[in-house]
Design a protein around this ligand. Structure first.
Ligand code: HEC
Ligand code: HEC
Length: 425
């Protein structure tokens, strides 16, 4: 396909090419016709140094023959293959086709090897030495330049072997990260936080979350400013895998050391980290092997157990609802879901009015202790966020909303556990 809007250049280039070739042929023909100057004296008449004369012999036949073959070859070539402007050639050959065919042939050759891995879970693949050897090669060739040959990362590139994941360490999450790529974005927050002193105080509070060395006086002063960060890093700083916002309580910092100056820079400048997408580079089988390799490097988090999704299979009494009980608004959720029930606006009316009078809205979630604890906690968080967003949509300012850490209920509390409460304080 032509990148130009008209075919002028195509015609121009084709013309020059063809005229050039025909010109060569014409020149050969003309020079073959040239006769000697006179029948008796086959010289041009030029004489140097007294008796050095220039002969006027025709080109040797073999040489003319080769020249003609070259010209004919180029015409045939230009007919078969792309070369004349936008004309694609009668064989319809393209570089991309050839590349695709070679890749397909290569994949066909390795297909039997991958067939042996089909149907195996990430955990099983991670225990298969042959799969891990292939995973290692794929990683070295494609990932090591950023994440290091030991997968331990470096400044700006996350360590994949620790248990800290910005985007999640369960097989499914790692798979999505590799297939689709990830972009983590923290906007510059300095102006939102306040003066440079405020930023330093907040930085010390952030360090205190992981017990990294910090100034505790400053940390206490900075605590209140963390609301600006909670939207992404969570009210308790434990991060949010949906946004790739890191857990700030672990003491692991990818972008620099755990010291005040680094955190201050992060707050003032923000950061965007891009993990490229690999969808088009690997076959689905290679993707599974690579996922298992990364998962098996030591940081992997087990897939959710069968117990957790089992709850989702019982739709009875599983619809979202909302109730007002003695001034406390109770939101109940469908299992596995964080959609707020309809009617929330009406139920929240008293809370909204209370906030207008200067009170705080306290949002607290509850988790059921059956199933996967980390997953339950994440869900409880998402539900609390959904309710918070509902309040914000009703005009409640974010700093008037206090998010409480989810409380644990006993196992089997079922629908009771899937709730978020809002009250005034
Ligand atoms: C060009 C550099 C680059 C290459 C190549 C690269 N990555 Fe990444 N990767 C990153 C960056 C940067 C991030 C962090 C993204 C962010 O800021 O959230 C990341 C994040 C990740 C994460 C998520 C970590 C977490 O904490 O959740 C995984 C998993 C990952 N990469 C695996 C791979 C694999 C497997 C490959 C090879 C197929 C690969 N990466 C190749 C730059 C790269
Ligand atoms: C819009 C969402 C968002 C907000 C708001 C936000 N962050 Fe972040 N933050 C992120 C993301 C995403 C990253 C990871 C960036 C990356 O690696 O690509 C990050 C990274 C960081 C890091 C670096 C961690 C490391 O591994 O080195 C620190 C420290 C941090 N944030 C502190 C804060 C503080 C303090 C605030 C409040 C002033 C804040 N963030 C507000 C999303 C946010």
């Amino acid at each position: 396909m032509s990148d130009f809007t008209s075919n002028f250049w195509s015609v121009f280039i084709s013309g020059i090419t063809l005229v050039g070739i025909l010109g060569c042929l014409a020149l050969l023909w003309i020079s073959g016709k040239t006769k000697a100057m006179t029948d008796s004296d086959n010289t041009t008449g030029h004489v140097w140094d007294g008796d050095l004369r220039e002969m006027n012999n025709p080109l040797p036949r073999w040489w003319v023959g080769l020249f003609i073959i070259t010209c004919v070859f180029s015409l045939v070539y230009l007919y078969l293959y792309p070369g004349l402007g936008t004309y694609g050639g009668s064989l319809k050959w393209t570089q991309t086709d050839q590349f695709d065919k070679e890749v397909a042939r290569g994949n066909e050759q390795v297909a039997p090897i991958y067939a042996a891995f089909a149907g195996k879970s990430t955990e099983e693949l991670a225990k298969d030495p042959q799969a891990m050897a292939i995973g290692d090669r794929l990683f070295m060739n494609n990932c090591a330049q950023c994440h290091g040959s030991d997968a331990r990362g470096s400044k700006g590139f996350p360590n994949l072997t620790d248990k800290q994941w910005n985007w999640g360490g369960m097989p499914e999450q790692i798979h999505t990260t590799i297939v689709k790529g990830r972009t983590g974005m923290m906007t510059p927050m300095g102006a939102a936080v306040g003066s440079s002193d405020d930023v330093r105080n907040l930085a010390n509070y952030v360090l205190s979350l992981s017990n990294s060395p910090h100034d505790s006086v400053r940390a206490n002063l900075g605590r209140a400013k963390f609301v600006a960060c909670a939207a992404c890093h969570g009210p308790d700083g434990k991060g949010n895998q949906a946004l790739g916002a890191p857990n700030l309580t672990t003491g692991v910092f990818t972008h620099g050391p755990g010291v005040e100056s680094h955190i201050v820079t992060m707050i003032n400048d923000g950061k965007t980290g891009v993990m490229p997408a690999w969808e088009s580079k690997f076959t689905p089988e290679q993707m599974n092997v690579l996922t298992a390799y990364v998962w098996g490097r030591g940081g992997g988090v087990p897939a959710p157990t069968a117990a957790a999704p089992a709850a989702a299979a019982t739709p009875a009494a599983d619809a979202a609802s909302v109730a007002v009980d003695n001034g406390t608004v109770k939101f109940y959720f469908a299992s596995g879901k964080s959609d707020v029930a309809s009617g929330a606006d009406k139920a929240l009316a008293d809370i909204v009015a209370g906030v207008k009078e200067g009170k705080m809205a306290v949002v607290s979630g509850f988790v059921d202790s059956t199933g996967n604890a980390a997953q339950n906690e994440e869900l409880a968080k998402q539900r609390a966020f959904a309710v918070r967003d509902q309040l914000k949509a009703l005009g409640v300012a974010e700093d008037k909303i206090e998010l409480k850490k989810p409380e644990n209920l006993d196992a089997g509390a079922g629908a009771q556990a899937r709730r978020v409460e809002v009250r005034l304080s």
